[in-house]
Write a protein that binds this ligand. Sequence first.
Ligand SMILES: Cc1ncc(C[n+]2csc(CCOP(=O)(O)OP(=O)(O)O)c2C)c(N)n1
Ligand code: SF4
Length: 265
Amino acid sequence: MSEVEMDDYDNVIFTRPDIMVDRPTHFCPGCGHGIIQRLVGEALQELDLVERAICIGSIGCTVTAYEYFKVDGMEAPHGRAPCVATAIKRCRPDLVPFAIQGDGDLASIGAGEIVHAAARGEKITIIFANNATYGMTGGQLAPTTLMGMYTASTPGGRTAEQSGWPIRMSEMLATLDGPAYIARVAVNNPANVRKAKKAVELAFRTQLAGLGFAMVEILSMCPINWRVDPVKAPQWMTDNMIPQFPLGEFKVLPGVAELKKGDGS
Ligand SMILES: Cc1ncc(C[n+]2csc(CCOP(=O)(O)OP(=O)(O)O)c2C)c(N)n1
Ligand code: SF4
């Protein structure tokens, strides 16, 4: 791979938002989490939420999210982020709590919490990073692990007999009356990253407009545990994850559809 020439900086397509701390991330090469955090940072910055946002830490590789954003934060491990976000929002409706939760955190240990927060229509914003595995702890089976997929706890590949089938959280939560906005996006190529950014912004704008629960599921690369070359991981996602987890919007209340008209999409 050639080194970046100075002239290439004329073509810079994004820079680190000021709201993000200037530090190297702890993520593995090719991980999607860094992209997701930047998109969240850009949304917070563009919506001028520096003083009002509260970052709720979860478990997994996003656990230290609060160390990357210059906003107040609180830790709520083991799937409890939606409950803590609920409490903050109900006590201080002027604040903007949000959480970035992995699939282990949100769809496994915190499955009950996310379902009930969504059913109650809590006015909070959840960013759900789905990489189909427990990344931080060494790549065990998650509720989102693909059929046949090798993991540390399914050495022969996932089977229905042993582990059941993958759960499509967005589709499931969209059947509830509480959510205002639910979408699934991906960070596997620049076009999808741009769509992901719009979805993340809309999720925050849904909260700002007081319309109800908003969740954006973001399909994210975990090359280290997929055992896929980081450069090939986006294509692996295209070929394997997106067929199981189709991209799109699953719940858009009319008020949110009105908001969308204002974002140029
Ligand atoms: C009750 C409990 N069991 C297990 C763990 C260990 N643990 C920490 S992070 C994690 C997996 C997180 O995976 P995921 O939410 O998918 O996030 P990722 O690391 O993939 O971003 C687990 C099992 C824990 N913290 N608490
Ligand atoms: S283990 Fe996976 S999710 Fe965690 S930082 Fe590495 S690539 Fe990202």
